[in-house]
Ligand binder design. Structure first.
Ligand SMILES: Nc1ncnc2c1ncn2[C@@H]1O[C@H](COP(=O)(O)OP(=O)(O)O)[C@@H](O)[C@H]1O
Ligand SMILES: [Mg+2]
Length: 348
């Protein structure tokens, strides 16, 4: 195989790839490699072009007659860093030994790994707090508070609260994992959104009443049927209305407004839009893009105090995605927030 043949093969590859020849120069490269590493690829010494010890070492190993070698290699364009896995292997070109190097983008894989580790760390941290409290109170009940009936009652009610917190957390985690595993399966049920919303609102009336609030439902009559998973959509609106009640102002009205859109430009079909609007303190725009991340809370202390797990909106987001809908959040600090769920209408 000569350089021309190698060029033809490299040109057919989508990955950046290049050949280091027997004089240690990069003599053949494909367009993705040149885009990544620049024109210096043409005939330059590989050490001058690559400049990162790990990849240089991998190439040296192959030149020295060692087997194929791999190394990670980083490039950056603008603010974004890409981490490549470079593979170097011996290749005979024109009767001489060269090294073929190809680069595979591993950024997403590494990021997914990091997300998993962060998630496990977050879950452990969230569970440890109530658990530590429970262990502490068990000790106290065995010791100092043993014969103090009033203290015992007080501690038991704190323990109950902490155990309930753990219970909610585990419940939300399970529901998140179920929703995630079903995300690629299109829901099949047909349902009446008006009926679903009325039933959600009814079950939340006690909570809302505790805050001196009321829920107003508009536009929910005679709606066209939508295809969706009833249990999951109940959860979406339960979470959103619960948030509106928890983070909204006391003695105010939470509005749930439904409208039929003949055509939504982003869904490119007819859609139902359901807005959950509160008149609370609102959300600073800097938080909006991160609000649906797991465990993201604007005010940690406040969310915990209100029994929040920080998972509610992450669950909402996944369910809406499964329904091929959109979640839009807008807010005017000081005036309130609007969470809009857009769902494509059945038959489109
Ligand atoms: N209607 C709202 N008004 C103001 N802030 C909100 C509202 N809904 C959600 N948030 C903010 O978003 C965060 C994440 O919400 P969520 O995922 O439901 O978690 P949780 O309610 O368990 O804290 C909340 O902690 C809160 O800071
Ligand atoms: Mg919530």
């Amino acid at each position: 195989m000569d350089n021309n043949d190698i060029q033809i093969v490299l040109d057919a590859l989508q990955l950046p790839a290049f050949l280091v020849d027997h004089e240690e120069r990069i003599t053949v490269s494909n367009a993705p490699a040149r885009r990544l590493l620049g024109g210096a690829l043409r005939g330059g010494h590989y050490a001058a072009v690559l400049r990162q010890p790990q990849i240089l070492e991998a190439i040296e190993t192959v030149i020295a007659g060692g087997g194929p070698a791999r190394a990670s290699f980083a490039t950056s364009s603008g603010a974004r860093e890409t981490i490549w896995m470079a593979s170097a292997a011996a290749l005979s070109a024109g009767g001489r030994q060269g090294v073929l190097v190809s680069l595979e983008d591993t950024t997403e894989m590494l990021e997914a790994g990091q997300m998993r580790r962060d998630f496990v760390a977050n879950v452990s941290h969230e569970l440890r707090t109530p658990l530590t409290a429970l262990i502490g109170f068990i000790d106290t009940l065995r010791g100092a508070a043993r014969d103090d009936a009033a203290a015992r009652d007080r501690f038991l009610s704190i323990m109950e609260r902490e155990a309930n917190r753990m219970n909610r957390l585990v419940k939300d985690l399970l529901s998140l994992s179920r929703v995630e595993s079903e995300e690629r399966m299109r829901p099949t049920g047909r349902l009446d959104m008006g009926e679903l919303l009325r039933s959600v609102i009814q079950s939340l009336t006690p909570l809302v009443g505790d805050h001196g609030q009321r829920i107003e439902l508009t536009g929910a009559d005679d709606l066209p049927a939508i295809s969706g998973d009833g249990d999951q959509l109940r959860q979406v609106f339960t979470n959103l209305i619960e948030n509106a009640a928890k983070y909204g102002a006391r003695d105010e009205t939470v509005t749930v407004a439904v409208q039929v859109l003949a055509r939504d430009p982003s869904l490119r079909c007819a859609a139902l839009q359901i807005d959950v609007v509160d008149r609370g303190e609102g959300i600073d725009p800097i938080h909006l893009p991160r609000l649906t991340e797991r465990f993201y809370r604007i005010d940690d202390h406040r969310s915990r105090e209100k029994g929040g797990t920080g998972l509610g909106l992450a669950i909402v987001k996944h369910i809406v995605n499964r329904h091929r809908g959109r979640l839009r959040i807008s807010s005017t600090p000081g005036e309130g927030s609007r969470f809009s769920v857009l769902l494509p209408l059945a038959g489109d």
